[in-house]
Design a protein around this ligand. Structure first.
Ligand code: PXP
Length: 238
């Protein structure tokens, strides 16, 4: 099984919103990602639409040739957007007011499970694959399977932020065991959050993971990898 890459382009839109311009356009970024090897284009629609907005989701889902993976919370307005534009897949993530980024996997309380079951059913009716963002925890993975998810995305944030090699090893072990269990339960496994050019290989080497969803490290790396060309082109014009 070859490991797929989902590139999260949210922060192209963050830059656009900083000046409230029409550029840089996430759809242009999606085209570059697709032509350079991305298997999925990932966008996270947040309640405050602080980077990706509904129009971006519409443009990507309607006109873009690649597979769009939409991340959103389990909220009626998000479900409405997903059902309207029908991305290839939806990853349901928790969203806390004021958070800078997603802080962890879903907390499966009875009330949350009830809401998730409904949203999953509605998405499936429109043939949209459903992923649940979960902590690498056996009980949570079993709950995701019971709820009828197609995919679990294992949260790699704790691993990425581990402060010692021993902690990282233990968290990798949790990811490995969670992947085994999820695969056994028939779930496709994705992994994401905080993955970068230094920590991704150890996760990839665990095996059994179908896709890595990576955003911040790729978009920030692109600034430095692309800045020399941008400066040279402007200097040449002058
Ligand atoms: N996967 C999920 C579910 C996320 O919420 C995010 C952040 O939006 C990512 C992956 C990408 O994380 P990062 O930007 O740290 O690579």
């Amino acid at each position: 099984m070859s490991l797929k890459l989902g590139v999260n382009i949210d922060h192209i839109a963050t830059l656009r919103q900083a000046r409230q311009e029409a550029f840089p356009d996430p759809v242009d970024a999606a085209a570059v990602c697709l032509s350079t090897g991305a298997d999925y284009i990932v966008v996270h629609l947040r309640k405050d639409a602080r980077h990706i907005n509904e129009k971006d989701v519409a443009r990507l889902c309607k006109n873009f040739p690649g597979k769009i993976h939409l991340e959103c919370s389990c909220a009626p307005q998000m479900e409405k957007v997903a059902l309207k534009y029908k991305p290839y897949s939806v990853c349901i993530v928790p969203e806390k007011p004021g958070e800078v980024t997603t802080t962890g996997g879903l907390k499966f309380t009875p009330a949350v499970c009830k809401q998730l079951a409904k949203m999953i059913e509605h998405l499936h009716k429109k043939h949209i694959l459903v992923s649940l963002f979960v902590s690498p925890d056996a009980a949570d993975i079993r709950t995701a399977a019971k709820l009828g998810a197609d995919i679990v995305e294992l949260c790699t944030r704790d691993y990425a932020e581990a402060t010692t090699a021993a902690k990282a090893r233990k968290l990798l072990q949790d990811l490995a065991l969670s992947t085994l269990l999820a695969n056994e339960l028939g779930l496709e496994v994705h992994a994401g959050h905080g993955l970068d050019y230094h920590n991704v290989l150890a996760v990839a080497d665990l095996g059994g993971i179908a896709c890595m969803n990576i955003g911040f490290s790729i978009i920030t790396r692109s600034l430095f990898a692309g800045l020399p060309t941008a400066v040279t082109e402007m200097k040449d014009l002058l």
